[in-house]
Design a protein around this ligand. Structure first.
Ligand code: COA
Length: 97
């Protein structure tokens, strides 16, 4: 989690899979957007999981998320329709990237 005193600015959650680490979500409070909080949270995940592939699904139509992950070395692997009309893009950051 990221804090500004008592105020939580954002959070990230991840869990282990046999062959990669899955990022469940990264979220930043709208009042703190575009100040590097999301990037800092992602870097924390990278540091905590050195040597492992990181994988995340995010909205195919979510430019902020897609841009943030791309800047941290994630590469799109393809799109999946998680529910009718709900498209997600799967991205991977290979170990050692
Ligand atoms: C996606 C999200 C986590 C980004 O958090 P953030 O703290 O604002 O991101 P950062 O300040 O670290 O920005 C990193 C890069 O992401 C991209 N980005 C972030 N917000 C953007 C926006 N509104 N439009 C376009 N690109 C954006 C930019 O490339 C940015 O780098 P720059 O500011 O140097 O141009 C935040 O918008 C959010 O919580 N969105 C709702 C939840 C979500 O979509 N989570 C991701 C899917 S799991």
């Amino acid at each position: 989690m990221a804090w500004d005193g008592p105020d939580m600015l954002g959070a990230v959650a991840w869990h282990d899979r046999p062959d990669h680490v899955e990022i469940d979500r990264v979220m930043v409070h709208p009042s703190a957007h575009r100040r590097g909080v999301g990037t800092a949270l992602l870097k924390r995940v990278v540091e905590a999981n050195e040597g492992r592939d990181l994988v995340v699904d995010t909205g195919r139509d979510n430019p902020p998320g897609l841009a943030m992950y791309a800047k941290q070395g994630f590469v799109a692997e393809g799109d999946i329709e998680a529910a009718p009309g709900l498209w997600l893009t799967r991205l991977r950051r290979p170990a050692g990237n």
